[in-house]
Design a protein around this ligand. Structure first.
Ligand code: PLP
Length: 374
């Protein structure tokens, strides 16, 4: 693979990229996949190609990786937020409905609705399939249909996750339920490259064609730049690595599921530890295993002292981060996301994590809780 890339000097694009695109489209069950430089590229290109225009508003959730929001802003749109469901940590469809009816009014013409406070047209929703579990897509898609909104899934943490759509009467894979979806192959993701990489998947030929142009300086064919684009292509060597690793993704996801079941059993009996909630409609791929605990700081320190690394995904809701101060959304704007962000901790989770390791994590976690006043 490396040799072929070196021999042909085909480092960017080319047959290895096309091969991976076919394989990844087949894995997700979409017509097309477009390899790009990162998950952030994928989100940005998907939003632009699906039809988000400069000055539009795009609605997402505050408890996501900052790139979700950066991609919205870089597509020229104004990011806005609705709060999350306290059990699933993903977009609360009831909050979305309240936003679309109370904070917006029908657009005099064209798609979407108009935000009453800003006068900006709300044109798209970005549900985030956080921690490897899909957002509650049926009601979100129903609201999108009612209000003529585009939907772009942030599937950057959800390669292979599934949602039972009562509307469709079947299990649907992440990336197949919207106009276009973005995946990241950042090394730590369920499918990770050995560097930066991402992909858009879509069933819409126009969206696919536009994404191919956007990633390649707006070219429709060599030196014919029909639109202004970006340098956002996928490297051949990364595509080759991803092709090889994709063959094992289903197996790795099963290993993550087994690890999640073990954690559920080890930790589920203690009311001080809130384990992830998996609704009947969800088959998650457990990108992360996130629990909520009292006095998180102490828990993290004691686990670290026992040699156990943890993470916080994410400690600062995006509306409170410095980059988006100008939106004017202060503390208290999204109380559930804010409360959750103060209590969550991500425990070790990766394929190959052993049950002995997990017992050690659980033991250290209980010990750290034991030192706390009840
Ligand atoms: C990783 C991630 C991204 C961005 O992907 P990159 O490949 O790092 O650009 C976007 N959204 C979510 C939810 C992510 O986890």
């Amino acid at each position: 693979m490396f040799r072929s890339a070196l021999r042909t000097a085909g480092f960017i694009g080319g047959p290895m990229v096309e091969g991976f695109e076919r394989e990844f489209a087949e894995f997700t069950g979409t017509r097309d996949a477009i390899g790009v430089g990162s998950g952030t590229d994928a989100l940005r290109f998907a939003l632009i190609a699906a039809g988000v225009r400069p000055g539009d508003t795009v609605v997402t959730v505050p408890n996501t990786f900052i790139a979700t929001v950066a991609a919205i802003a870089q597509a020229g749109a104004r990011p806005d937020f609705v709060d999350i469901d306290e059990r699933t940590y993903s977009m609360d469809p009831a909050k979305l409905q309240a936003y679309l009816t109370n904070d917006c009014m029908p657009a005099p013409q064209g798609p979407g609705v108009i935000n009453r406070h800003t006068g900006s047209r709300v044109s798209a929703i970005v549900p985030v399939h956080l921690y490897g579990q899909m957002a509650d897509m049926d009601p979100i898609l129903e609201l999108a249909k009612q209000h003529d909104l585009l939907v772009v899934e942030d599937a950057c943490q959800a390669h292979g996750a599934e949602y039972f759509s009562a509307a469709a009467g079947q299990w649907c894979k992440a990336g197949t339920m919207s106009h276009a979806a973005a995946f990241s192959f950042y090394p730590g993701k369920n499918l990770g490259a050995c560097g930066e990489a991402g992909a858009i998947v879509t069933n819409d030929d126009m969206v696919a064609r536009k994404c191919r142009m956007l990633r390649d300086h707006g070219q429709s064919s060599k030196y014919f730049h029909d639109i202004e684009g970006y340098n956002g292509r996928l490297d051949a060597i990364q595509a080759g690595i991803l092709s090889v690793k994709l063959r094992r993704l289903a197996e790795w996801n099963e290993q993550r599921r087994a690890c999640a079941r073990s954690y559920d059993e080890l930790l589920g009996g203690d009311e001080r530890v809130l384990c992830p909630f998996v609704p009947d409609w969800s088959r998650p791929v457990h990108h992360l295993y996130v629990v909520r605990v009292p006095d998180r700081g102490r828990v993290i320190n004691q686990l670290a002292a026992a040699g156990i690394g943890t993470g916080i995904h994410y400690p600062i809701p995006v509306h409170l981060s410095g980059a988006y101060k100008s939106l004017g959304l202060g503390a208290g704007a999204f109380p559930i996301a804010e409360r959750v962000s103060a209590e969550i901790v991500s425990l070790p989770m990766f394929p190959g994590l052993t049950i002995d390791d997990q017992r050690r994590v659980a033991g250290a976690l209980f010990e750290s809780l034991g030192h706390q006043a009840a």
